[in-house]
Design a protein around this ligand. Structure first.
Ligand SMILES: [Zn+2]
Ligand SMILES: [Zn+2]
Length: 229
């Protein structure tokens, strides 16, 4: 089931695809539970309500169309946020989705425009989402945690226009946080999935840091002790 709160033909048509594919995937994975996906334009991107889990898919390729002048443009910097919740006693799950938009550069003061994703990218994003639902809502131990990278379907030229980007306005844009430079530790990631995994799951990275940091401190202390002898 999908509830659409923003009216736009392109978005509406595209959302039917999201709904159909999400329903199919969840019916296959969790046939005994009922899941719904809704669009929430005012979702607080990084602050899910108590009992809800966050999954963010960064840097997705999408195509925008201006509702005023009909101009089209592509972007490879679109972030998508999902908040997920499962009521186990009722067997009902809910996902809320927010996509950050962009403004048309020809129509000054324009609103953040709606966008469309390719079917292939929707498929990949939903596969990632279902994996995170299994992991976070059902607490399943998943051995292969590699997430799929969304496809960049065409070259996007020019620098990122921060003044037109909703994610930049919210202070959550990957591009404005890191510029065009990928941190060296990420660039060294040997598998393509690792970069997406890092970008996609901040919560896990903080947990990882909590484990790694005490070990590093202990090693440093040992090194100082031995060098003093
Ligand atoms: Zn326009
Ligand atoms: Zn941005």
């Amino acid at each position: 089931m999908l509830l659409l709160k923003r009216g736009c033909k392109g978005e509406g048509e595209n959302m039917k695809t999201w709904q159909r594919m999400f329903d199919q995937k969840m019916e296959w994975e969790k046939p005994n539970d009922t899941w719904s996906l809704s669009v929430e334009d005012n979702l607080s991107p990084r602050n899910p309500e108590c009992g809800w889990h966050l999954y963010q898919q960064r840097k997705v390729f999408a195509r925008f169309q201006c509702s005023c002048c009909a101009r089209c443009w592509p972007s490879a910097q679109v972030p998508i946020f999902f908040h997920m919740h499962l009521d186990r006693s009722q067997g009902q799950g809910q996902v809320k989705r927010r996509v950050c938009g962009q403004k048309c550069k020809k129509c000054h003061g324009a609103k953040f425009e709606t966008l469309t994703f390719s079917q292939e990218n929707i498929e990949r994003i939903l596969d990632n989402l279902v994996l995170k639902i299994r992991e976070k809502c059902y607490r399943e131990f998943i051995t292969n945690r590699d997430l799929a990278d969304p496809i960049v379907e065409e070259d996007v030229e020019g620098p990122h226009d921060t003044t037109r980007c909703e994610a930049c306005a919210l202070g959550i844009c990957y591009r404005s946080t890191y510029g065009s430079v990928i941190p060296a530790s990420l660039a060294a990631a040997s598998q393509p999935g690792q970069l997406a995994w890092w970008g996609a799951d901040t919560e896990s990275n903080w947990k990882l840091l909590c484990y790694v940091l005490p070990v590093l401190v202990a090693l440093l202390v040992l090194a100082v002790l031995f060098s003093g002898k």
